[in-house]
Design a protein around this ligand. Structure first.
Ligand code: ZN
Length: 225
């Protein structure tokens, strides 16, 4: 997987800042996987999210902090989610769902399927697109359950306990906003570096990004002294 350097992060952030989280996820997958946008939109979501989780671990460390509000008392909680166990999950080899005695094959959804589901506004769209059962037989709820069990990364739920009121609740874990926050932080750090070195030495942005990260950092420290 390519490392996202400061210039990459800045370009990615600029191109994705006005997009929806789904389009950002596709853009991230395209950059990290070294493919075009169309190919990234067709990546199965488990594959896309393994790319994103690996990048999250590389940029943010072995665990990611998620925050959730207790549904009972409103207290804000934070939990550290270890990323390695998520990266080690395995998908079912030939997932199926059975209606009566008729088995139907399942395939993992892609970002394109998610976009189609959003456009249609119909909760059953995703299930219908990812299962080859005849429409009359297909039960969207059963298909979704079978998809979640075949592809564990589709629906990662984090169990949380409220210390204040004792409530137990679960929150869905989504790597996309967490990775986007890392990209945003790196892009803003890159802008601050360019601003600092351009003021101190009169260099252009291209000249500053042509320096190695180590030299950039050293010049920045000297400029700030
Ligand atoms: Zn509570």
């Amino acid at each position: 997987m390519p490392q996202l350097d400061e210039a990459d992060a800045l370009a990615l952030w600029e191109s994705g800042e006005r997009l929806s989280m789904l389009d950002r996820a596709v853009r991230l997958a395209a950059v990290l996987g070294g493919t075009g946008i169309e190919a990234a939109a067709d990546l199965p979501l488990p594959q896309r999210d393994r790319l994103l989780l690996a990048a999250l671990r590389q940029m943010g460390g072995p665990s990611a902090a998620v925050v959730a509000t207790c549904p009972e008392c409103g207290t804000l909680h934070e939990a550290d989610v270890a990323l390695a166990p998520l990266l080690e999950t395995r998908d079912a080899a030939a997932p199926q769902v059975t209606f009566g005695d008729r088995p139907a094959a399942l395939r993992p959804p892609t970002s394109r399927d998610l976009a189609a589901a959003v456009v249609s506004g119909d909760a059953a769209t995703l299930a219908e697109r990812c299962c080859d059962a005849p429409g009359a037989l297909a039960d969207p709820a059963a298909i979704e359950e079978a998809l979640d069990s075949a592809f564990p990364l589709l629906n990662i739920m984090i169990a949380m306990d409220c210390d204040d009121c004792g409530a137990q609740f679960a929150r869905r874990f989504d790597p996309v906003p967490l990775l986007w926050a890392q990209v945003t932080a790196r892009a803003k750090a890159a802008l601050a570096t360019v601003d600092c070195l351009a003021r101190a030495y009169g260099w252009s942005e291209a000249e500053i990004f042509a320096l190695s990260p180590t030299r950039r950092q050293l010049y920045r420290e000297m400029a700030l002294q």
